[in-house]
Design a protein around this ligand. Structure first.
Ligand code: NAD
Length: 480
């Protein structure tokens, strides 16, 4: 059964789109149509931004007592929770995410994140009276920045939208979200939840469309802040536009993170933990540790252990709860991943596992779990984000050498250190240039800042720190 939507969710209601252009959603596993939605046009973005502007300037939303705003966010969380099965299935069908991961990330994690920001909103004080060493007091205000233009990618479409909605609403902002054309159906489920939760009109609006529409939203005169998650290439263009407009922007971009396997690591624990750290969502994860750094004195052992583990991963239908690796999100994306695998072979890396399409699966955009060994850290597959189930093992000689290789990257988003001595691992983690890093595992903590250094981005999401990205500080001096 295909899902067909005819209206857009703007200004607290379902409205007719300005044009009859549509976006088709395709099933990543069967390559068959899943449904379609209206493609928003510039006129729809104008309408959405105006609604968000009105809601921010005139509706009282931005000055609502924090506890009341928290209650609205909690109602939204309840309405999203009721729809987690529908949401997780919708994501899995569109982008091939294994359903077990979808349930954890696109379902449970998203709801937990909304409740977390509701609690932070309830506990927050907008104004702090701060004594000055100069002998008077100052009122320091944390005011909502205004109307947010949020742009999200297709890999974790629900949780990445919620990552912006939660802190934006907690701060008192209103928001216009542009989902990726690669995953358009889930936004409609979230909009139904917003509608049921009675989110005030104009506070959240959805405008599905492509990069041109995103560029239009970024530069729209009614937008006060841009929150972007996506590729470094797009992030750079968005940052340039925001720089010209002097518009605040946060950027969550790509990565090429390293897993530093120290010479005392327990390889059973490594392969257990690398599943999430390196291959979550079929490798379509921004912070995936795709460069595996192996000590020269255990090099063959590491390559063999990882190859054996990856060779046993269950590749199949993402809706099957036992599936570990599903298809990639689109045929164009698979072409890109296959192109990079060919490049790896051409540049002299040794193919230790995979490299092709899985045997016995005749449809769906699958790529075999693929492992390259003897990879040069300056080669294409070690420097470019592949965004598929493809890992590269790179040899190092000493801890210093491992840190140096890890840091020889344009990116700095995730990372892991594996060792049976946690103190030693923490000391190494401290030296890796990255925004986040895990010791003997990797989990994104919703209570701690997440984001990148270098070309992986600007700003932080998650944790209380995320809210400050949606606030403007203002000081009222009281010297008189
Ligand atoms: P993408 O950059 O092609 O697109 C992301 C979103 O931006 C889409 O909605 C797209 O329509 C829009 N867009 C593209 N160009 C734009 C422009 N010039 N102006 C405005 N909007 C524009 O990325 P993708 O292929 O959808 O997603 C994968 C990328 O996202 C990977 O690089 C991945 O690492 C990154 N990502 C980062 C994080 C993080 O938290 N750092 C999380 C998930 C994904």
């Amino acid at each position: 059964m295909t899902v067909v939507h005819d209206k857009l969710y703007i200004d607290g209601g379902w409205v007719d789109p300005a044009t009859d252009r549509r976006i088709e959603a395709i099933n990543a596993t069967t390559e068959e149509p899943l449904g379609s939605v209206p493609e928003a046009s510039e006129a729809d973005v104008d309408r959405a931004v105006q609604a968000a502007r009105r809601a921010f300037d005139d509706s009282g939303w931005s000055t609502l007592p924090a506890a009341d705003r928290a209650a609205v966010i909690n109602r939204f969380a309840d309405a999203v929770e009721k729809r987690t099965e529908q949401l997780t299935r919708t994501v899995s069908l569109q982008n091939g995410m294994p359903i077990s991961l979808a349930q954890a990330m696109e379902g449970g994690y998203g709801v937990a994140l909304l409740r977390y920001y509701a609690a932070l909103a309830a506990a927050s004080e907008r104004v702090e009276r701060r004594p000055s060493p100069l002998g008077f007091d100052t009122l320091v205000q944390r005011n909502p920045v205004g109307v947010v233009g949020a742009i999200v990618p297709w890999n974790y479409p629900v949780v990445l939208a919620i990552t912006k909605i939660g802190p934006a609403l907690a701060a008192g902002c209103t928001i216009v979200i542009k989902p990726s054309p690669g995953t358009v159906l889930d936004g409609f489920v979230l909009a139904e939840a917003a509608d049921e939760a009675g989110i005030p009109a104009g506070v959240i609006n959805w405008v599905p469309g492509g990069r041109e529409l995103g560029a239009y939203l970024v530069q729209h005169p009614g937008i006060d802040k841009v929150a972007f998650t996506g590729s470094t290439a797009a992030g750079r263009i968005i940052a340039e536009n925001c720089g010209r407009l002097m518009r605040p922007v946060s950027l969550e971009l790509g990565g090429k993170s390293a897993a530093l396997i120290l010479d005392d690591a327990d390889l059973n624990k490594v392969t257990e933990g690398l599943f999430f750290a390196s291959l979550a969502n079929n490798g379509q994860t921004c912070m995936a540790c795709t460069r595996i750094l192996a000590p020269s004195n255990r090099y063959d052992e590491v390559v063999d252990a990882i190859s054996a583990w990856m060779g046993n991963l269950k590749v199949g239908d993402p809706l099957d709860p036992s599936t570990e690796v599903g298809p990639l999100a689109s045929s164009e994306h698979r072409d890109r991943v296959e192109g990079l695998i060919a490049k790896g072979r051409g540049e002299g890396a040794r193919l230790a596992l995979g490299g092709g399409r899985p045997a016995g699966i005749n449809r769906g955009w699958y790529v075999e779990p693929t492992l390259f060994a003897d990879v040069d850290n300056s080669s294409t597959i070690a420097t470019q984000e592949i965004f598929g189930p493809v890992l590269s093992v790179i040899k190092y000689d000493s801890d210093d050498d491992a840190v140096k290789i890890a840091n020889e990257s344009d990116y700095g988003l995730g990372g892991t250190v594996w060792s049976s001595d946690p103190e030693r691992a923490i000391a190494i983690a401290d030296r890796v240039q990255t925004g986040t890093i895990g010791v003997n595992g990797y989990v994104v903590d919703l209570n701690a800042p997440f984001g990148g250094v270098k070309q992986s981005g600007l700003g932080r999401e998650f944790g209380p720190e995320a809210i400050s990205g949606y606030q403007q500080l203002k000081s009222i001096y009281l010297p008189g």
